[in-house]
Write a protein that binds this ligand. Structure first.
Ligand code: PMP
Length: 396
């Protein structure tokens, strides 16, 4: 064992002992505030990674920090065999905001998806699940079975039987795929990991209608699009959809690990012991989530996302077509599809003090905290434009 003193040491220590499953960047982040992160040398970065969607409230939000501190000193853990004051308040608030009567609480996005898949099977007594090309739903075996990316799936084949993938935004393909054995259809409203690809309103409404017609559950995965990201509290609210099951996670508890599967009225009552989780619905996460929902509503973070995202999308439309194939997004989930690989762009952006994400090989994805000040976003956008303008011209 050694006592780390500088970047090199922290990186070396992690490298020596980390699982190896993550592609790492040479940056040690040690502190955050709002939309800024700092490394251990004190250098500041504008955060457009946003904890991969778990930092919609920014870092160290005072109201959320206070709620966590208070609850940590009161009661952190209480399995769901007991009732709890904070959990009761959260369930009441969340189900009313989502307009879905019940919720199963868990600890991550993949768990929320697992729950949705199991509940669809329990609700219909069928075992077939339809998912979409480029869809991402997590990496546990059930969620991975619904995830499309071949390189994530291949080492674990055969995975769970009964999963089928069809082209996204293609209603005829969905119509042909849903059978009388389909338990559920799982879709994202904007495909996040798959390249920031928004679903068409008619498509999403059509999928919901097909589910109703054929007795299947309409499962909406809002793990990335939920909690204000797209300009509404939940992205399906843009299109007046009513999911039967909805997975959420990421920013749900203001940055603490938490997930949930919201359960609609087409799902019959679930029997005891059919699912569960030790940490699910723990009072600490529930208290954080309650504080986070207060901030979301009182500070109108969905409204901020809509306004700032609209402004940014319009601005990025002016990026040169010789370097950028397409700009896509909804609210503050923005994808810039480059004509070249994204990894060198991410590296240069980091050198220039902006942290951003990829979505596949060519898409630069931005998920800034929704609390980001317009000045900080403007500064980040200027650097992004400058870096993209400096790319070689490929074709027009
Ligand atoms: N669903 C979607 C749409 C996601 O974007 C993600 C994570 N990127 C997940 C599920 C899995 O969430 P987690 O990493 O918390 O398991």
């Amino acid at each position: 064992m050694s006592t780390p003193t500088d970047t090199q040491t922290f990186m070396q220590m992690e490298e020596a002992h980390t699982s190896g499953v993550y592609p790492k960047r040479p940056l040690t982040v040690v502190r955050g505030e709002g939309a800024y992160l700092w490394d251990e040398s004190g250098r500041r970065y504008i955060d457009c990674v946003g904890g991969q969607g778990s930092a919609n409230f920014g870092h160290a939000h005072p109201a959320i920090v206070a709620a966590i501190q208070q609850q940590a000193a009161t009661l952190m853990t209480a399995p769901e065999i007991f009732y709890n004051d904070k959990r009761a308040l959260l369930l009441d608030r969340l189900t009313s905001l989502a307009n879905m009567p019940r919720a199963y609480l868990c600890n991550s996005g993949a768990e929320a998806v697992e729950a949705a898949l199991k509940f669809a099977i329990l609700a219909t007594k069928r075992h077939e699940i339809i998912a979409t090309n480029r869809g991402f739903h997590g990496r546990t075996m059930g969620a991975l079975s619904a995830t499309w990316e071949p390189k994530y799936r291949e080492p674990f084949q055969p995975l769970i039987p009964g999963f089928k993938h069809v082209q996204y935004n293609d209603l005829a393909a969905m119509d042909a795929a849903i059978t009388d054995q389909t338990a559920g259809v799982i879709v994202e409203i904007v495909q996040g990991e798959g390249g920031v690809r928004p679903g068409d309103a008619d498509y999403l409404r059509g999928v919901q209608a097909l589910c109703h017609e054929r007795g299947a559950m309409f499962i909406v995965d809002e793990v990335q699009t939920g909690f204000g990201r797209t300009g509404k509290l939940f992205a399906h609210q843009h299109y007046d959809l009513q999911p039967d099951l909805m997975s959420i996670a990421k920013s749900m508890a203001g940055g603490l690990p938490m997930g949930a599967c919201l359960i609609g009225s087409r799902v019959p009552a679930l029997q005891a012991q059919t699912h569960g989780s030790t940490f699910g619905g723990n009072p600490l996460a529930c208290a954080a989530a309650l504080a986070a929902l207060d901030v979301m509503v009182n500070d109108d973070l969905p409204g901020r996302a809509a306004a700032l995202g609209g402004w940014l999308l319009e601005r990025f439309e002016n990026l040169p077509k010789t370097k950028v194939r397409e700009v896509r997004g909804l609210g503050l989930i923005i994808g810039i599809e480059l004509r070249s690989k994204v990894s060198p762009v991410l590296k240069t952006l980091q050198e220039r003090g902006v942290l951003a994400l990829p979505a596949g090989m060519n898409v630069l994805r931005l998920l800034p905290p929704l609390v980001i000040e317009r000045d900080a976003l403007d500064e980040a956008a200027t650097i992004i434009e400058d870096v993209i303008n400096g790319l070689p011209e490929l074709s027009s």
